[in-house]
Design a protein around this ligand. Structure first.
Ligand code: CDP
Length: 230
């Protein structure tokens, strides 16, 4: 059976990666978390003191872009590719609230986007890929056969992210998380380069009140329909 490209976009913490990982496993497709790439570049900028909550020196980061090497290495014990920044596994570190607070500023920079989009297009050139992010159906793979646009209420999304972070031991407050979710939504959807918008041909899914199993069933069915219609 021929393979397709599945693009999953949407607001922060809408469970894009959860459904993407489930589908990748079931279909034996590869999963690419494009947000992890923006997070890893942000971590690099933080480690070099190019960005903090009080200041940002984008030109220094842009100058260093050639020194930033990103790759995903499949970890069979978790079932997906983990991100490496200059050969160091940063999968855990990039999920902190400190990175979440700065990532949308870094993701506004066109030079950063250009570099990452090129890599993403290369990773998906043979199809059989599920990629999640903000501009996958609009910019990275405008010809993807299936495009989903995920949404949920800000409250629900903040609860999910709060649970994720506290479960792994991070000390965060719910209010801070909610503020971050709303802040990122705003920057991501109003930036000039590749803002978060629903592609015209994307299917919108609001999962505020949708259980994980129900959501998986619904989306898996869409994939099957798409595959049989080809
Ligand atoms: O927190 P969540 O998992 O929802 O976000 P993420 O997918 O890890 O993405 C983190 C941030 O990276 C987003 O808030 C965007 O600013 C940026 N991003 C982007 O601009 N374009 C993408 N394709 C993916 C992420």
């Amino acid at each position: 059976m021929s393979k397709i490209t599945i693009a999953i976009d949407g607001f922060s913490s809408t469970g894009k990666s959860t459904i993407a990982k489930q589908l990748a496993k079931t279909l034996a497709y590869s999963y690419v978390d494009s947000g992890a790439m923006y997070r890893a570049v942000t971590l690099y900028a933080m480690n070099h003191n190019y960005i903090s909550e009080s200041e940002f020196k984008p030109e220094l980061l842009i100058n260093d872009l050639d020194k930033i090497n990103l790759k995903f290495i499949f970890n069979s014990s978790v079932g997906y590719g983990e991100i490496y920044l200059n050969d160091v596994n940063v999968e855990h570190e990039i999920r902190t609230l400190a990175v979440s607070k700065l990532v949308s500023k870094v993701a506004e920079i066109s030079e950063v986007r250009k570099k990452l989009v090129e890599q993403q297009q290369l990773m998906g050139k043979n199809k059989g890929v599920i990629m999640d992010g903000r501009d996958i159906g609009t910019v990275v793979f405008p010809n993807a056969e299936l495009k989903l646009f995920m949404n949920a209420s800000a409250e629900k999304r903040a609860i999910r992210r709060y649970n994720e972070l506290t479960k792994r031991g991070d000390k965060v407050s719910f209010d801070e998380i909610l503020k971050n979710v709303e802040y990122r939504d705003h920057i991501d959807s109003t930036r000039e380069d590749s803002p978060l918008v629903k592609a015209e041909d994307a299917i919108e899914i609001d999962n505020s009140n949708l259980g994980l199993e129900e959501q998986f069933y619904k989306i898996h069915q869409m994939v099957q329909e798409k595959l049989t219609s080809l």
